[in-house]
Ligand binder design. Structure first.
Ligand code: HDD
Length: 711
């Protein structure tokens, strides 16, 4: 029996139970319910003869197998998801009539799917990429989908550019290389011609693009949406998810190694944390802007390449999301879930952000090719908990048996049912935004500052974050083969920061050009001056924003941190037990690592189970390493252990080490930092318990990036 089946669920997971098949203690059958007597051999004409066409059992099995795959998502193909619930801290009645945001007694069931964007279904979790953060709220008023990312802005301003962006980012079409990577010519060719992407490029080249786990990422609705209250008053809103574990990332070298050692690293982390009851949690925050303050900013609220600095509008924390149950079946739930920014409830509405407007077409449309039928809303994971009654009928794979004679309205035969609902009784009505417009195919002039917020982001990074961002650009542009693309990029970077452009140029062995080289925008209104519609820089009142750096999100917890306890024969079993117990009590995920699998024997002859050998795991799969001392120093100094510790050191992880480990010649660099404040804790007199508090503190700090200065 699967352990996770005993875990708590939500009203949504309960609603899935009638559709859940469980084979325990059951007989094997065909899809028609016929009991099967032999699932090992096909029906043949004689022992060594050909298979018979008549074998309907064989044919049914193979036919179904042949059709098991559906097209993967055109973007966000690689993902993982979980069930959970959302709880509201305080009512937002003043701003919205959405019931799940006004009634604090409600626990709204959700399903969340995290994803990378560019890679295919089988690609690595650790690709440098934006992460999708999509939530379906199963509210009593119908499904509400918040389909966001882990970055608050986007590459482009208008949805008509989306296919171009994705074609440029995905593997190149002639040879389908590279998989799940933007470090290639077509991506940077496009980006270097799209100055509007500069702010997002800063985010995508930052460590946010290589998160430590889904549970340590922020989430953003990106667009400005609208809240609508009972009195039809609209307030602009931006959504934020803030992880209770803080925002953390891995090192780029580590990310690349994880991609080889465990490409399912994020998926596994989410699964394991939920199985262990260490439920990932985020707080939901909102930035609220009254309708009459729309033009108070030096950027346009409708421009998805801009964020509202938290210094201007603070994030008001309003509730908490908890993920507490893994799916029963990946395909049925995570793969078949269908999100759409247009799945709304009364009290929430769109703005005219041209990226959002375009998305409203794409999402339903893509489900038709992916899931194959307009009835995709009937798939169990997509069904709302709210009742569904309408006159839509038939189509491929229809599940609902719609009783009755009428499938039209108005009708008298069924007294007009199903009937419409008045707005005051919960019927949806779109916000009556006054519009008086001319049809034009143009970009608003208010969208043309592509650089100020990119500069704000870069300047807000800590020293090591800046270093990582610069190195990411050196790596990505270093993989670009055409020199003119690199040069165009250097020109654009120079408009963000001279420091940034110069350092990247140095890595590329090039010089920053005097003038940027992006194309002239010729799409301007007939009576306007062309110069007024070119990329521009508006001076920003805010020079730095704390919220844009991950540095300030470290939390005082080691919950769900993966700690490698390196053990060996001849260790002190009592010390091991007390340390392990304490780390588990602090909600860390501890695993033992030793030269061989099986058991190690302590000094008092206790047997301690080994979870991994050096061959079956790697330091890159852990957040911290604790090496237990043993009687025999030479056994401790084995090469696998030295490499394990060294690599963890290079990735700036907290280490607790027996002091004589530093005698090894390869530990010279580690020795330099021992006993500094840089997360290397020495166990001197054998009793590792004495350093435990210091180690826990170091693990909660995540990484000691200052060490990199020495590399
Ligand atoms: Fe999108 C999937 C997020 C712009 C078209 N998008 C998709 C997913 C996420 C986002 C998280 C995966 C959902 C899941 O897990 O199933 N997309 C965004 C964000 C955007 C954005 C935050 C900008 C702010 N997307 C965007 C545009 C278009 C699309 C401009 C098209 C005009 N997105 C799609 C899609 C996908 C999708 C093709 C592929 C699979 C799916 O919808 O269901 O319709």
């Amino acid at each position: 029996m699967d352990a996770h089946k005993n875990k708590p669920g939500t009203d949504k997971t309960k609603s899935l139970q009638p559709d859940t098949e469980n084979s325990e203690q059951q007989q094997l059958s065909t899809n028609q319910g016929l009991l099967i007597n032999d699932n090992q051999n096909s029906l043949k004409a004689g022992e060594r003869g050909p298979t018979l066409m008549e074998d309907f059992i064989f044919r049914e099995k193979i036919l179904h197998f042949d059709h098991e795959r559906i097209p993967e998502r055109v973007v966000h193909a690689r993902g993982a998801g979980a069930h959970g619930y959302f709880e509201l801290y305080e009512s937002l009645k003043h701003y919205t009539k959405a019931k799940f945001l006004t009634d604090t007694s409600k626990k709204t069931p959700v399903f969340v799917r995290f994803s990378t964007v560019a890679g295919s279904r089988g690609s690595s979790d650790l690709a440098r990429d934006v992460r999708g953060f999509a939530i379906k709220f199963y509210t009593e008023e119908g499904n509400y989908d918040l389909v966001g990312n882990n970055m608050p802005v986007f590459f482009i301003q208008d949805a008509i550019k989306f296919p171009d962006l994705i074609h440029a980012a995905k593997a190149e079409p002639d040879n389908e290389i590279p998989q799940a990577a933007t470090a290639h010519d077509t991506f940077w060719d496009f980006i270097s011609l799209m100055p509007e992407s500069m702010h997002m490029i800063m985010w995508a080249m930052s460590d946010r693009a290589i998160p430590r786990s889904f549970s340590r990422m922020e989430g953003f609705g990106v667009h400005t949406f609208r809240f609508i209250n009972e009195n039809d008053v609209s307030t602009f809103v931006k959504f934020h998810w803030k992880p209770l574990l803080g925002v953390h990332s891995v090192a780029w070298d580590e990310a690349q190694k994880i991609s080889g050692k465990d490409p399912d690293f994020h998926r596994r982390d989410l699964w394991d944390a939920i199985e262990e009851g260490l439920f990932p949690e985020w707080e939901l925050g909102v930035q609220l802007v009254p309708e009459d303050k729309e033009f108070d900013f030096n950027f346009d609220l409708l421009d998805p390449t801009k964020l509202i600095p938290e210094e201007l509008i603070p994030v008001k924390i309003i509730g908490k999301l908890t993920l507490n149950k893994n799916p029963e079946n990946f395909f049925a739930e995570t793969e078949q879930i269908a999100f759409h920014p247009g799945h709304l409830v009364p009290g929430i509405d769109f703005t005219n952000d041209p990226l959002l407007q375009g998305r409203l077409f794409s999402y339903t449309d893509t489900q038709l090719s992916r899931l194959g039928s307009a009835n995709f809303h009937e798939i169990p994971i997509n069904r709302p908990l709210a009742p569904v009654h309408n006159n839509q009928r038939d189509g491929h794979m229809r599940q609902t048996i719609n009783a009755g004679k009428t499938s039209y309205q108005p009708n008298s035969i069924r007294s007009g049912c199903p009937f419409q609902t008045k707005i005051e009784d919960g019927g949806f009505s779109s916000y009556a935004e006054p519009l008086n417009a001319t049809k034009i195919r143009e970009r608003s002039k208010s969208f043309f500052d592509h650089f100020s917020q990119a500069t704000l982001f870069f300047n807000s990074q800590s020293v090591h974050e800046k270093r990582h961002l610069i190195n990411a650009l050196k790596f990505e542009l270093g993989k670009v083969e055409l020199a003119e693309i690199r040069l165009r990029m250097l020109g654009l970077l120079s408009l963000i920061s001279a420091e940034l452009a110069t350092e990247v140029a140095e890595g590329l062995g090039m010089t920053v050009p005097d003038k940027p080289m992006y194309p002239i925008n010729e799409s301007v209104p007939a009576d306007a001056a062309i110069e007024d519609y070119q990329p521009s820089i508006t001076s920003s009142t805010i020079k730095k924003s704390k919220a844009l750096s991950m540095e300030f999100t470290v939390k005082n917890t080691i919950k769900a941190r993966k700690i490698a306890l390196i053990i060996n024969n001849g260790m002190d079993g009592a010390v091991f037990n007390s340390i392990k117990t304490r780390l588990v009590a602090e909600n860390a995920l501890v695993k033992t690592v030793a030269p061989n699998l099986g058991f190690v024997q302590s000094l008092s002859n206790d047997k301690i189970k080994v979870d991994f050998s050096f061959l079956t795991t790697s330091s890159v799969l852990f957040d911290a390493v604790f090496v237990f001392d043993i009687e025999n120093n030479s056994a401790l100094l084995n090469n696998d252990l030295i490499q394990f510790v060294k690599e963890a050191y290079m990735h700036c992880k907290p280490l607790a080490l027996p002091v004589h480990l530093l005698d090894h010649e390869e530990m010279a660099a580690v020795k330099v930092y021992a006993e500094t404040e840089m997360g290397i804790i020495l166990i001197k007199d054998g009793d590792a318990n004495e350093v435990l508090e210091e180690f826990i503190k170091a693990v909660s700090a995540h990484r000691f990036w200052e060490r990199e200065a020495n590399f």
